[in-house]
Every structure is written in C-alpha cells, then in structure tokens.
Design a protein. Sequence first.
Length: 266
Amino acid sequence: MAVLLETKSISKHFGGLKAVNEISMQVNEGEVLGIIGPNGAGKTTFFNLITGTYRLTEGEILFDGQNVTNLPPEKMAGLGIARTFQNIKLFKFLSVLENVKVGFHIRTQSGLMDSILHTKKYKEDEALANEKGMEILRKVGLADQAELLAGNLPYGWQRRLEIARALALSPRILLLDEPAAGMNPSETAELMQFIQELNRGGITCVVIEHDMKFIMNLCDRIVVINSGQKLAEGSPVEVTRDPKVIEAYLGSGLTIERRKKGGSVV
C-alpha cells in the first residue's frame, strides 16, 4: 500500500513547551487512521502542523512523496489536504449551500473586481460552485436543507456540513478533529457510516477522537500520542492491549475487543 502522508520527526515548541516532540508516522493511501490520546496530548497541534496552520520547529512533512514542510494552509489545501475542526467553524448566518461554496475558493478564477462587476468569469465560477455545491450536498444528505441557515441545523448535521465544506476541496486526505464530539449514539452511528462511505469512495481519512467504541470500529490502524510524543502504533486490538497505552490513557479497567470490520465493539 502506497504511503500518502508521512511525518519525519516533526516537532512544535512553544517556548519551553514541546507540544509535539519528534513524531514520525505514515498514513497509507486508502486507509482510515485513528489518533487517540489524553486531552492536551498534542493531537490537534499535530493536525495544525500537517495543514500548515503552524510552522514546524523541526522535522519534515511529505505528501505523496513531495516535501511540503511549512507550506501555507492554502497550498496544503490545494494539494488535497482538507480538515475539520474540534469546534465547529461554520458561517452560521450563511446558508448551507453558501457554506459549501466557500470551500471552492481555491478552485475559482474570479477576483474581487469580478465579483463587484459581475463579470462573465464571476458568473461562470458562481454557476460551477452552485452545481458542485449541490452535488456535494446530495452526497452527504443535506440537499433538502441547502437554503437553510447553517446555524439552524441540528448539531449532528452541522458536523456533516463541515465535512461537506471540506469535500469541496476535492481532498485526497481528510483530517477529522473529534467529529463525534457532542453527538448522541444515533448521530455517532450515522457519522461512522458516512466516513466509511467517504473512505470507500477513495478518500484517505485521519481521525482524532475520544470515543473509543467509535474509533475502534472505524479505523484500520491507530496511533497513540501522549505528552507530545508517539506512545504506540498498531491495529485497534494491538493498541488496546499495549501496557503503555493502558497505563497512560485507557486505564486498566477497560477491555475493548473488535469484531471484523463493519461489526460492533463489545
């Protein structure tokens, strides 16, 4: 299986705080990789480094074999690296469709003057964004809500809309930061099925999540981060049986078994 994303001993220091400290890992094309760890372990900082939000203190990031270390976020997005956020970041007073159309900004050609003058180029870009935006909303089951204000959607649908906006970038890899946070069991089950469908459609996924039942059933492999460092890596079963992981994160009282992919955790 080809390696799509690789980090080589990447670090991010904030003064004397080593938020991420020499983490090396690979994400294989077509897999779903989970990242788990205690609060404050450095997981979101790790995503911020991959997407160009933060500059690395040390190390290298490779995407599809290309060195992309410290490229700005818009360049990373242009390469096909998209993300969602731990705290939902929607434009709540724009419509559902308008939120998705924002995601097309790196693919359009018109500028500020085009939008003011409503030039031919602007109209063509608007038509394309409307067409592709509705296509994505149909894919994620939100087409009937296209004209609603994003802030009026139920919480679980807002999470889905944020993923839809990321899909507007035509990503090769999708980074999901705690997508199941705040969801009820029914919403969580729907989200898991949705991510699996995206993955079957060719999108590689990396998921940060605290819901162990969710992550163990969803992911092919798991990386555990603790205190800014990689603590362990392996299949869900291997990780949950690792003494270091049990001590640092899961707790000795938790036993997790995983059935065949698509089954449930018992």
